[in-house]
Every structure is written in structure tokens, then in C-alpha cells.
Design a protein around this ligand. Sequence first.
Ligand code: IPM
Ligand code: MN
Length: 354
Amino acid sequence: MNRKIAVLPGDGIGPEVTAQAVKVLKAIAGKFNHQFEFEEALIGAIAIDKTGNPFPEQTLKICKSNDAILFGAIGDPKYDLDPSAKIRPEQGLLAMRKALGLYANIRPVNSYPELLKKSPLKEEIIKDTDFIVFRELTGGIYFGEKGQSEDKQTAYDTCTYSTEEILRITKLAFESASARKKKVTLVDKANVLETSRLWRKTVKHYAEEFPDIQLDFMFIDNAAMQIILNPRQFDVILTENMFGDIITDEASVIAGSLGLLPSASIGAERALYEPIHGSYPEAAGKGIANPIGAILSAAMLLEMSFGLKAESEEIRKAIKKTIVAGCVTKDIDSMHFYSTNQVGTKIVDILINE
Ligand code: IPM
Ligand code: MN
């Protein structure tokens, strides 16, 4: 198979973890006789430094001319410490999601038997957790009208959703549930928010065509509690943009580290794959970042964009073996840890030799 992949390393630990994901993709290409071509592009703070724009035209062009996109992370503390900055790295990510129409962010969450003891949560609570969050990604409060009053003493962000925006991600969530445990939990705040009530009405109506799928509703505050109290109750969680952002960081505690979680952002025509962690600037350049979230994102890319299921399974198996062998980064084992590069190399070694 011949495919072109756009690589957007971004900021902080983004370039380090993305390099490991590319290394794994090259190993897979060698093993299975595929030709993958990689094309790099700028995004985030580094793009602001070099071009003044967090999502340059050239990057959009590269994203559109490739078959899939692999993305690292964006963000830089110099902007976080300056709330009045007009241009911010995060604008690059949001602009990219919008420009490419990436409306569904898919974030699988599962516990690893070998890492149960590493989680601050009790082993018996998190074992056998296996759910997947469908987070709406191009609507809601992230993209609604926002601003400040003239005297700058009041600010507002509006949350807006249309039936169409709700339906297209609902469709994907139901498709996923029908291939899994056939349960969808819509997470919202329908006791307070008008948009949540539209979500409920729309999803409920859609669900009538799928009698074999159980549809539950849960308020976001309760869901935040249930995820760490009884995560096994969930199969597919469907939710709006900001709720999904918050609960997936929370859910990463179940896996053992934020550094382990991958994601896919899907649109009608394009798809982008990225670890859910951010740029983690304190760790940048130190070789301590966990590359597994990025490598698992590459596995999702192979499966979802290229239909290469066997290849993606090989990567997941190699990651499991690497973890079993104790070859993990500092976030997982603060006593006996390996570098970002060593973990990537171990995964590649297993892929090639086993
Ligand atoms: C994520 C990130 C982004 C988001 C930020 C960096 C804008 O937290 O991908 O989850 O909130 O969507
Ligand atoms: Mn987030």
C-alpha cells in the first residue's frame, strides 16, 4: 500500500513522541511491505515563532494533500502566562479542527492488567475497563460567539449546537456501540442547559431506529464521579465538546497515565490522530515523555484511515509486551524508567523480531 502521512509535531513534547510514532510506522511499513511517505508541517507556538500564524496556510495545504494526519501537541507556557495574548497556539489546533471538519474526537480508554497497580485508583475498580468516548469537536462553547463588554468587566462564551452537528457524531457513536457492548451513554447537563436538552431529544429520537442498543443518559457531574467509581458500566460515551475534554483527562487515570491515551479526530473527508496529552513543556527535551499515546494514535491511523487492522494489532501487541517487560517511561515507573527513545526502540524491536 502507498500512502502519504502529514506529520505535525507541534510544541513541547510533541516532536519527541511523534518521532517515535513515525519510527513505528516505518517499521510496520518495512515489515508489511507498505510505502509510507511523511511530510512535516508547522502548527502551534513553533508556527507562530516561524510564521506569525499558529496554523499557516501551508500546513492546511499539506493536511489536505495527504491521506492522514499525525499530530503531536501544542501549547507554550509563555502564552498561558499572558491572558491578553492575541495570537495563541491553541487557536492553531481549533482552526485546524474547524478547517478540516474534524467533528468527532474518538478516545478509547482501557486499563492495562500490568499497570493496574500504578493507578492511584483501586485495582478492583479499574480492572477490565474498556470504554470509548465520542467527543464532539467542532461545536459547543469552544466555537460559539465569545467576547467582552466594552469596559472589559464582563466576558462571555456561548454554547451552540445544531441538530445536524449532534446527529453526525451520534451516528458514529451508535456504529461503534453496535460493534461493541451495544450501550451508549449520553453525557450532558440537560437539567440546566438548553443545548443539552437538544442533544437528548436528538439522540433519543435517533436511537429509536436501534432497538438493540441501550441508550442511557447521565449528567456530567454524576458521570465525572461514575467514571472513577464504576468505569466498567460504560461502553460508548457520547458527549459534547467541553464535557468530553474534561472527562477524558479524568479517565486517563484509569489507564495509568495521561501519556497512554490515543485519539482519532474524524471528519467527513479527513482524519487526524493525536495523543490526548498536551505539550507538557516541563518535560520537553528531557527524553522522559511517554510515546505510547502517540504510537497508539499511529495504530488508530493505520486501522481507521488505511484499513490496516492486522498492522495496528501488531503495534498494540508490541506495546503490551513492552509494558510487560517493564520498559516504560518515568510517568509510569518513577524508580526504574526508560527514555522516550528507548521505549520507542523497544516497540520497534519487538515488531521486527517477533
Ligand atoms: C485536547 C486539548 C485541547 C482541547 C486544547 C489544547 C485546546 O486539551 O485536545 O483535549 O481543549 O480540545
Ligand atoms: Mn484536553
